[in-house]
Design a protein around this ligand. Sequence first.
Ligand code: NAD
Length: 298
Amino acid sequence: VGSHLCDALLARGHQVICVDDSRTGSVANLRHLQNHEGFTFLLADVQAPLLIPQPLDYIYHLASPASPADYMRMPVTTLLVGARGTHNAIGLAKAKRARFLLASTSEVYGDPEVHPQPETYWGNVNPIGPRSVYDQAKRYAEALTMAYARTQGLDAVIARLFNGYGPRLRPWDGRVIPTMLRQATEGEPLTIHGDGSQTRAFTYIDDVTEGLIQLAESDLQQPINIGNPEEHTILELAETVIRLTGSASAIRFLALPEDDPMRRCPDVTAARELLGWTPAVSLEEGLERTLASMHAFA
Ligand SMILES: NC(=O)c1ccc[n+]([C@@H]2O[C@H](COP(=O)([O-])OP(=O)(O)OC[C@H]3O[C@@H](n4cnc5c(N)ncnc54)[C@H](O)[C@@H]3O)[C@@H](O)[C@H]2O)c1
């Protein structure tokens, strides 16, 4: 998400300082920006205090392992990045009097019992399960953000992102769309965990970055869902990927992981009414654009 956000901000004429320790991301995704006069890259871990001399108007805090494969490989770090990293990013926002945007997640809703999920829903999260390291890190980050907003005047907003995807995702990222696109293009079976009836709301990256920028530039001070309310089952996704790629791949069903959410779909009334944001890219169109970018780099 971060590299696309840098592109979108620079295209609007902003100066961008991108901080990343390359833990799960790839600096190759920023290579096209290295000679851009508005762009600076700083290789740094947000778990340590951030020293940035320039004035800052906005801080978009996206740094966190985000793929289940990543956060299950580094569970303690994920919790610490959510805690210390968010604390440091907020500290920088306070010092610079910058507006702070926290990139949170639909995972704060856990395996939801309310459908679709409005921002007022408190969620159904197993606090000690394998996914809790990410879900609870983000819930803590949200609580920390709101505590600073409530008591210390932090100008802050929270974006709850739902399954973003698009060009530049790592083929071995572990998230379902890059996994299925890789499997289909390599002629491997597409793997589905469970029977494929679980649903997700896949949101194309351009809609994500547009939502993030509109939120940061608004005066809202609350969590807002940024997700495409078109709900798809994982089986539908697999069938669409096979059709769009013309792949001969079969579908292989595997065991469902612990605490895998069964339904996931945002209520985007708040984003639409308070922000004027609605997603513009359908799943099929987004998959086609993602595939085209994979072919361009093949
Ligand atoms: N893509 C999605 O579907 C989605 C959904 C919900 C929330 N989010 C949130 O959006 C943000 C970006 O996610 P993404 O999909 O681009 O994931 P990603 O793994 O591609 O990007 C995360 C980036 O954060 C960096 N990072 C991690 N820990 C860091 C640290 N301690 N210091 C500095 N940099 C660090 C990584 O190197 C990577 O470049 C994350 O906070 C994620 O939780 C993403």
